[in-house]
Design a protein around this ligand. Structure first.
Ligand code: MN
Length: 197
């Protein structure tokens, strides 16, 4: 049940005070393929939240430097609490409290789980539990294979997010800096911050 998985998410937030979804709304639209979203979050420290639809929640990682299109770049990704499915469309300002700052939908699309072990497909929740996930993104900014590899467990598991070598790899691109705007609204986090004034 999503309600059990979202306990941590809800316990951190006061939904009378934040505009973030409580997760009671469920999934909007029923595509066949699971969705992914990357939200740029200008919190006390800027990061990019990678979220993959798995089961009835969004599995989530905070990536301080954001994703790279260069296979030589390993980006730290800290596993964070599961988020509700309707969080994938969330954009706006989070006020005083947990996660204070601005959020935009930096990229989104669908993904395919490519994880295999001994030639057998491994389902996404199993792959995350095992600490190794391989997936293909079909986003507006990002396309191609990525690997998430857990390097440290514990309360705040650390992973590395690495671009795989395929036609989506490009060491010259740096979409985190060259394509800062929301794919939903065209706004930047700075636009949202100035709307708040
Ligand atoms: Mn965040």
């Amino acid at each position: 049940m999503a309600d059990d998985k979202l306990e941590r998410y809800r316990s951190k937030r006061d939904f009378d005070r934040t505009s973030e979804p409580s997760g009671r709304g469920g999934r909007k639209g029923r595509g066949k393929e699971p969705r992914f979203v990357i939200q740029k979050h200008a919190a006390s420290s800027l990061h990019y939240d990678l979220r993959l639809e798995a089961g009835d929640v969004l599995k989530s990682w905070a990536v301080p430097k954001g994703p790279s299109t260069d296979p030589r770049e390993k980006r730290l990704a800290v596993e964070v609490e599961d988020h509700p499915l309707d969080y994938a469309d969330f954009e706006g300002a989070i006020g005083e409290g947990y996660g204070e700052g601005q959020v935009i939908v930096w990229d989104r699309g669908t993904y395919r789980n490519l994880t295999e072990r001994d030639g057998e497909a491994v389902d996404v929740e199993r792959a995350i539990a095992d600490g190794h996930l391989s997936f293909w993104l079909e986003g507006e900014k990002l396309r191609g294979g990525y690997t998430l590899q857990r390097t440290r467990g514990g309360a705040k598991p650390q992973w590395l997010l690495i671009k795989r070598r395929d036609e989506g790899a490009d060491a010259r691109r740096n979409p985190v800096s060259s394509e800062p705007a929301s794919v939903l609204s065209g706004r930047t986090v700075e636009d949202i911050a100035s709307e708040e004034q």
